[in-house]
Design a protein around this ligand. Structure first.
Ligand SMILES: Cc1ncc(COP(=O)(O)O)c(C=O)c1O
Length: 387
């Protein structure tokens, strides 16, 4: 058998590998505290579940439009209007099985040998994996140069050249939890006007997990970029629906036909009943979303204070998402050694910084989408491990 070279360049998401190892240890009888995978530990709000069950009972079991049912696209458009006061034609919205496919298709549309794509490092590992797959040059934006790992607009603009096709921004960022305020994104958007051939993929999957009441720094604020802007968002993180596989992308008009073809060539359409659940989520009450954010905020303080009290560990306060990304250089271990030791010696599952890029060798990622008891227990165990 001879498979393509591109496939051999594909990377992976180490968080799933850590989960598999942790599950294996659990099966052997070890107690594991899971701070690895990035998913809210709350249940999907019941009005979303009910709407989905109703849709199935009402007979929504068949194929639907590849870009999503119009009711769901209209609900996304309404939400964008209410959150950002931006008017987006539902025809520019494509419903996907999760947030990831928007990333997959965007990178596939722009990546090929000779092209360059700028991506955050540390960043969600699938960006680089997909860029490598296409044969494009992956140009990392080193976020660790800023202590809080926020985005430096001037640095980004300096990385752009004639080969740059796509710029990937993820704010708030996974894995660092860093948050870049709107004034900096305004600066970036203004600078991008000088580079009309560069498309932008703004991954806003953590847009509803921003702390301290700060404004969401969405790219929907810049209508003059709309003809080359792709916004990735979805239900996974905001509505505790990671396993439902439901997301949306907003695309420039001229790319719609290509993306719809991708959908038809791969998944055909997204599960219809689940799209009705998605509508209920977007149009329904947000109390549970707000409660969750409050809980995340308390846990954020618990984990960051706890980590900063440990010998050799320094952690900035994350402004969004649900990740703490401490520098652990002072422990004398690399991030990889530290994460391995945590899992195998004390049963705490976390992810090494190198899983997210080359600039994060001294870091590890803790997901604080876990109970306060488990976070405290994990901190105690790490304290003991380091003594
Ligand atoms: C930055 C980022 N983008 C996209 C995704 C993918 O989201 P989904 O699970 O909806 O595919 C994730 C998931 O962890 C993420 O962290």
């Amino acid at each position: 058998m001879k498979i393509t070279k591109g496939v051999n360049r594909l990377g992976t998401e180490t968080a799933f590998k850590v989960l598999a190892e942790a599950k294996k240890l659990e099966k052997e009888g070890k107690e594991i505290i899971h701070l690895g995978l990035g998913q809210p530990d709350f249940k999907t709000p019941s009005h979303i579940v009910d709407a989905t069950i109703k849709a199935l009972k009402d007979g929504h079991h068949g194929y639907v439009l590849p870009n999503g049912i119009i009711e769901c696209r209209e609900a996304v458009s309404r939400k964008i209007k209410s959150l950002y006061n931006a008017s987006i034609d539902p025809e520019r919205i494509i419903i996907m099985p999760g947030g990831k496919p928007t990333m997959y298709y965007a990178i596939t549309l722009f990546g090929e040998p000779g092209a360059e794509i700028i991506y955050p490092d540390p960043g969600f590992p699938i960006y680089k994996s997909m860029i490598d797959y296409t044969g494009a040059k992956a140009v990392p934006l080193n976020l660790t140069e800023n202590r809080d790992c926020s985005i430096n607009p001037e640095k980004i603009l300096s990385l752009i050249n004639n080969n740059t096709r796509l710029l990937i921004i993820n704010n708030p960022n996974n894995p660092t939890g860093s948050f870049t305020e709107k004034n900096k994104i305004d600066q970036l958007a203004a600078g991008l006007k000088k580079f009309p051939n560069v498309a932008i993929l703004s991954d806003e999957i953590y847009s509803r997990q921003i702390f301290d009441g700060k404004e969401i720094p969405t790219f929907f604020n810049y209508p003059d970029l709309y003809d080359r802007l792709i916004v990735l968002d979805g239900w996974s993180k905001a509505y505790c629906m990671t396993g439902w596989r439901l997301g949306w992308g907003v695309w420039p008009e001229q790319l719609i036909e290509h993306v719809v073809k991708f959908c038809i060539n791969s998944h055909s359409c997204v599960n219809a009943a689940i799209q009705y659940g998605g509508i209920a989520a977007l149009d329904g009450p947000e109390d549970e979303l707000n409660n969750m954010l409050e809980k995340f905020s308390l846990r954020r303080k618990l984990i960051v204070d706890g980590l900063n009290s440990l010998k050799g560990i320094q952690c900035s306060l994350p402004g969004g998402a649900f990740y703490a990304f401490p520098n652990i250089k002072g422990t004398g271990m690399s991030g990889e050694e530290f994460a391995k030791k945590c899992l195998h010696e004390i049963g705490v599952a976390i992810v090494s910084g190198t899983s997210f890029g080359n600039f994060a060798t001294d870091y590890v990622r803790f997901s604080f989408a876990a109970s306060r008891e488990n976070i405290s227990k994990a901190l105690e165990k790490i304290d003991k491990m380091l003594r």
